[in-house]
Design a protein around this ligand. Structure first.
Ligand code: HDE
Length: 776
């Protein structure tokens, strides 16, 4: 066993020290932002303000410099296109000056009227400002990513614990190393404007700007993939994307072509099983696990190699939405994951993940406990190879400009640094080609590494010249070919001792040229069965529901029947329950079931307690509520690192008669339970003047309590149905009792403090699991 699998005491001690110091540094960063999250008057600043200064009602008339970014915004480092530190301020690339200009910097006196022959026209061709403005606007769009088009990015820092140093010479994993990063999370199937909460695999891509050049870890939130060979990527993506005739459905796997493909191509069944579980509908990006998926190779200082798989473990735990919640959010707030990430950073609840590694001996057969490490449809359970934490990622800043950073960032699994090399995983090998190629079309040419967010933070001397959008101004007559003498022989190559990247001299087996997969890739069902058997009954129920929903949306009987056959080969009970929902007979398995499956309890997302940072608690109140109690509760929620949202019959302020007025963040019209993690009733608000179905469809229910606004009872009922914590004190407690919201996870008490204590305990478990009925 290598040292990382079984760290000795000194490594463990070092790890603990580094973890403590990293946690401390991150806490400082959190405190910094949390401080900024208070408004000027010291009140609680709720995230979401569009600018760094509140605007005036009257249109401003005095010229002034552009406003600075908000405190939590960060920008790519101010390095030159060739990685040189320019010492410029981070906003040096932003627009400048108080006056409107053309792109050539000439000041303009009017941008609202075209140049015309007289007030009634016609418009003159010589209006350069008109043509420049419209020409640029016409070309604002670039092709979206073929996959992972819908994404969200943030800046951060990675602090290494140093305990991976024995197995890799990568400088960013050395003890005490601190590295700036840019992270992009994404869905796979949907277009750029699609909803965040659809059932899909998620991307989790991290660019480390290391002192040895950029390293990209381009992973997903599911540790296995649909296919074993890159050549099939166009097939699986074509199958899941909207069907070409009608171009529907958008960002959904619940349609015929997807299930047609995965039911024939059974190596996709394992990934599909994860997708049908809660992993396919993550709660937030902050509570999502990440996996490097493919096996890589670590290279130590002495050249020794170790096979490795990478993990991102969220500090707040791995959590999912429930399906109805995901669907409602897709309508009520399609930007839910993006908003959550940015709000959390703005509120000072900085998202964190530990980078973990599973290491395996680099044996000739590249197998571990019978699992082929080159097969990306298989993973190694943590019970067989523990995940060793080797560093801490903290997201510290939202982008300054979404397009410049999140759209233009270009990841590549081949962006490697010394100490990390690839394996022969055929999926990874194809990826190494694809990611370079795709940028040519998407980012308009070969100079995409010079886009600010992609620039390395080290000197770049690459002999690559010219091309579209060349930002560098290269010097020298001979610095672009080698060998040369005219430029003093520059630039020079260097070996591993000088920090050069030298590929591992891996022996290649004597072989024949053929299109064939190894036999060890043939098993398509046993790990899908392991996943199924490792779930709790409740998670199994959710998987059954998901398969039944997705197949229920298919049109073709043959597709459903074929997928049931695949399920029969995974587990007969799973197959029976899905078949029941589809109204079809459950087929018999066509191959012997894997009977030696050892379950992996670490796969379940239920049953642990986690920190509650950044959780959103809705406080429902009106003028008649205990407003002193609401004030106290807001302060206590904020002090506990969570976000209080006051929900009232109207916007503006509540309660100007007693104490300080309370700012309202949501109204009964704008609030929906799905954006909250818990709801607390501070009273029994009477129906507001707009509480009629004609004004607000949510008011069209059949409230059992006519004295309470129907949108409030719907809010709590929905939260209750999705097994969220519900709390109340005073008159609010009676409302809950009247509408039948009782039992586990309902906290009523004498004081807001007592209610919050109970609610927080429930939030630590994510949901009130016992409230869900289980049939499996
Ligand atoms: Fe990707 N993938 N991929 N992929 N992938 C892209 O590159 C590709 C695969 C992943 O936020 C594209 O710049 C092939 C596995 C992420 O910008 C493209 C194959 C995993 C992102 C591409 C795979 C991923 C991408 C599209 C099969 C998890 C988004 C735009 C061999 C380990 C990165 C782009 C971002 C993006 C190709 C399979 C993760 C087309 C050919 C497996 C997170 O080049």
């Amino acid at each position: 066993m290598s040292e990382t699998q079984d760290p000795d005491r000194s490594t463990t001690d070092k790890l603990a020290d580094a973890a403590a110091s990293a946690a401390h540094a991150a806490k400082d960063a959190v405190a910094g932002v949390a401080h900024a999250a208070k408004d000027a008057a010291g009140g609680i600043r709720i995230p979401g303000a569009p600018g760094s200064e509140p605007p005036t009602v009257a249109e401003p008339t005095e010229p002034r410099e552009p406003l600075p970014p908000k405190p939590e915004q960060q920008a790519p480092a101010p390095v030159s296109p060739t990685g040189r530190d320019t010492g410029a301020p981070p906003d040096a690339r932003a627009q400048d000056g108080a006056y409107l200009t053309t792109a050539q910097g000439v000041r303009l006196y009017d941008t609202a009227h075209s140049l015309k022959a007289g007030a009634r026209g016609p418009v003159l061709l010589q209006d350069h400002h008109l043509r420049e403005k419209i020409m640029h606007f016409d070309h604002e769009r670039i092709p979206e990513r073929v996959v992972h088009a819908r994404g969200t990015g943030a800046h951060g820092v990675f602090q290494s614990y140093g305990n991976a140093a024995p197995v890799t010479r990568a400088a960013f994993l050395a003890e005490g190393a601190e590295t700036r990063v840019f992270v992009r999370f994404s869905t796979v199937q949907g277009s750029r404007g699609s909803a965040d909460t659809v059932r899909d695999t998620r991307g989790f891509a991290v660019k480390f700007y290391t002192e040895e050049g950029n390293f990209d870890l381009v992973g997903n939130n599911i540790p296995v993939f649909f296919i074993q060979d890159a050549i099939k990527f166009p097939d699986v993506v074509h199958a899941v994307k909207p069907e070409p005739v009608r171009e529907i459905p958008q960002a959904q796997s619940a349609h015929d072509t997807f299930w047609d493909f995965v039911s024939i191509h059974t190596e996709a069944q394992h990934h599909t099983m994860w997708l049908m579980s809660g992993r396919g509908i993550p709660h937030t990006y902050r509570t999502m696990e990440g996996f490097g998926v493919n096996t890589f190779r670590l290279v130590a200082h002495d050249g020794a190699t170790t096979l490795v798989k990478f993990f991102w473990k969220p500090r707040l735990g791995t959590h999912s939405l429930v399906w109805e919640e995901a669907q409602l959010i897709a309508g009520a707030d399609p930007d839910f994951h993006r908003r959550d990430l940015y709000d959390a950073i703005e509120a000072g609840a900085l998202p964190q993940w530990e980078l973990g590694i599973q290491t395996f001996p680099d044996t000739e057969d590249q197998m571990f406990h019978g699992i082929d490490l080159l097969d990306p449809t298989k993973f190694v359970p943590e019970e067989l190879a523990p995940v060793q934490p080797v560093g801490l990622l903290t997201l510290t800043g939202t982008p300054t400009n979404f397009f410049a950073e999140v759209e233009q960032v270009a990841f590549h699994p081949g962006h490697l640094v010394p100490g990390i090399d690839v394996s022969n995983d055929p999926l990874l090998q194809g990826r190494l080609f694809s990611y370079l190629d795709t940028q040519l079309t998407r980012l308009g040419g070969p100079n995409f590494p010079q886009i600010p967010v992609n620039r390395p933070h080290v000197p770049v001397n690459d002999m690559l010249r010219d091309g579209f959008h060349q930002d560098a101004v290269h010097v020298g007559n001979a610095s672009h070919y080698k060998p040369n003498s005219i430029d003093g022989g520059c630039p020079f190559t260097i070996g591993a001792d000088g920090g050069g990247y030298v590929e591992v001299p891996e022996p290649v087996a004597a072989s024949v040229k053929e299109r064939r997969a190894p036999e060890s890739f043939d098993d398509h069902f046993s790990q899908a069965r392991m996943f199924w058997l490792s779930m709790t009954p409740l998670e199994q129920e959710q998987i059954v529901q998901a398969y039944t929903f997705e197949l229920g949306k298919c049109y073709e009987q043959a597709v459903k029947e074929r997928q049931l056959l695949a399920l029969a080969n995974i587990d007969p009970e799973l197959c029976r329950l899905v078949a029941q929902g589809l109204g079809l007979p459950a087929p018999e398995a066509t191959i012997p079931l894997a009977d030696d499956v050892v379950v992996s309890p670490s796969l379940s997302m239920i049953g642990k307690a986690w920190p509650t940072d950044g959780r959103r608690i809705g406080i429902v109140a009106d003028e008649s509520s205990d407003l002193d109690g609401v004030r106290e509760l807001r302060e206590a929620i904020d002090a506990a690192g969570m976000v209080p949202l006051v929900i009232a019959p109207h916007g503006g302020m509540l309660g100007d008669a007693t104490g300080a007025p309370l700012p309202v963040q949501r109204t009964f019209l704008t609030a929906r339970s799905v954006e909250l993690d818990a709801v607390v009733l501070a009273g029994a608000p009477a129906p507001g003047p707009d509480a009629t179905p004609a004004h607000d469809a949510k008011a069209g229910g059949d409230p059992k309590t006519p004295s309470v606004d129907p949108r409030v009872t719907m809010l709590v009922a929905e939260a209750f149905r999705h097994s969220k914590a519900v709390g109340a004190w005073g008159a609010g407690s009676a409302v809950l009792a009247e509408v039948g919201i009782t039992g586990p996870g309902v906290v009523t008490g004498d004081s807001p403090a007592a209610v919050l204590e109970g609610v927080r305990e429930l939030l630590a478990a994510h949901r009130v699991w016992e409230r869900f009925p289980v049939r499996v």
